[in-house]
Design a protein. Structure first.
Length: 401
């Protein structure tokens, strides 16, 4: 047992999901992958991929990973940073001239905005760490959020192009001056546009050729081709009286065709095995099976806390929706980063980094323990059940070394 984890305790994870969530109709199914010291210690699958059609969840099921797309996009832009094509402190207006005069919201609405000048220009690093002043329309918190909704700005499922999103955002003020706060946002979609602007290639082609294919992520893409459609899971949402309701039918899903909007913030479909490959590359310091995407020092930079003043998310966040609201957690260049495990009230290690997706998928990487965990299901919203907290407790409770 070189991985140092108790098989019996790992098996409790699947029993827990089944008893509490699957058999009670709260989740369709759950896949849990735990890898340590270079080997898969546990791969458990319970429940269904498609309840109505009686399709069981399997190891190779395809999942909508939504915001777990963000780390891949962040790696893509950091590859261009390494090549000297862009710098973290470059002003974003260098690549998007139409944003040069973006102001910060004071009052008003579309056509009658009252704004002030930002304290400083938005920088590329602000997009990576969500301190850009941008937002998401689904936050439903401010007049700026409402303007995003009216303009149908970006995000997975959007019907506009990347350049159309950039044009739409040029007409909406920032929530705050860049660097002043943390707000979960379309920032990573903007990074996808920057990849295009800097590399001269489409974002989709760059990500596929420079990140996805070199890592052998054979099932990861922005749509599900016909020959893989049978492996595509249904997605569910909270329905009446707390029952599961079908949110996206895999037989009729928009994911079955290439999307008009290539969302670097949430557009990918993937498998647990594919995402494990990405995590292994990060844990290995930017390389996997002879393919080096990033240097070890760049990975170190990405997985450090970049929030101004060394603050955590509870101190800097003004976001009503976030995958990470815990004390002791900062944010790096594409990942949440645990700074002080004691303040999270959860087992873990300083320096671990993680994120999740809107359909309750999640992953984390713990370099101190040589540990990777990937969790897949398809249930929205992601913060309705304490799945991630429970998963951390279950995994770290299996340590036996």
């Amino acid at each position: 047992m070189s991985h140092g984890l108790s098989p019996a305790r790992l098996n409790r994870i699947d029993a827990y999901w089944r008893a509490k969530y699957v058999d009670t109709g709260k989740l369709p199914g759950a896949l849990t992958l735990v890898a340590r010291r270079g080997e898969i210690a546990h791969l458990g699958v319970v429940g269904a991929a498609d309840i109505a059609r009686g399709v069981a969840l399997k190891e190779d099921t395809l999942f909508r990973i939504y915001s777990m797309t963000k780390p891949l996009t962040s790696v893509a832009i950091m590859m261009l940073v390494e090549e000297g094509a862009v710098a973290l402190d470059d002003p974003v207006e260098k690549f998007i001239p139409a944003w040069k005069d973006l102001g910060v919201f004071v009052a008003g609405g579309p056509g009658r905005w009252q704004t002030r000048r930002p304290e400083r220009p938005m920088q590329v690093v602000d997009l990576l760490r969500h301190t850009s002043g941008l937002t998401y329309g689904f936050q439903d918190r401010t007049a700026v959020d409402a303007a995003y909704r009216r303009a149908h700005v970006g995000g997975a499922g959007s019907q506009m192009s990347l350049s159309g999103m950039i044009d739409a955002l040029a007409k909406i003020p920032l929530e705050f001056s860049p660097g002043e706060a943390w707000n979960y946002s379309n920032s990573t979609d903007v990074l996808g546009y920057l990849v295009e602007a800097v590399s001269g290639r489409s974002f989709e082609d760059f990500l596929r050729d420079r990140v996805i294919r070199p890592l052998g992520m054979v099932d990861t893409d922005f749509h599900v081709p016909a020959d893989k459609a049978a492996r595509f899971a249904a997605c569910y949402a909270l329905g009446p009286n707390g029952a599961l309701a079908l949110q996206d039918d895999p037989a009729k899903s928009p994911y079955l065709a290439p999307p008009p909007f290539i969302s670097g913030g949430g557009g990918l479909v993937s498998t647990a095995a594919d995402y494990l490959a990405f995590c292994r590359m990060m844990l290995n310091g930017g390389t996997l099976d002879g393919e080096r995407l990033l240097s070890r020092k760049t990975v170190d930079l990405m997985t450090a806390n970049h929030l101004p003043g060394g603050q955590d998310l509870t101190q800097l966040s003004q976001s009503l929706f976030s995958e990470a609201t815990l004390a002791g957690v900062g944010f790096g260049l594409g990942f949440a980063v645990t700074m002080d495990p004691a303040r999270t009230l959860l087992p873990g290690s300083a320096g671990e980094y993680y994120w999740g997706g809107a359909a309750s998928t999640a992953f984390w990487i713990d370099p101190a323990e040589d540990l990777i965990v990937v969790f897949m299901t398809q249930f929205m919203p992601s913060n309705y059940y304490p799945l991630r907290r429970e998963l951390r407790t279950l995994v770290y409770s299996a340590f036996d070394d």
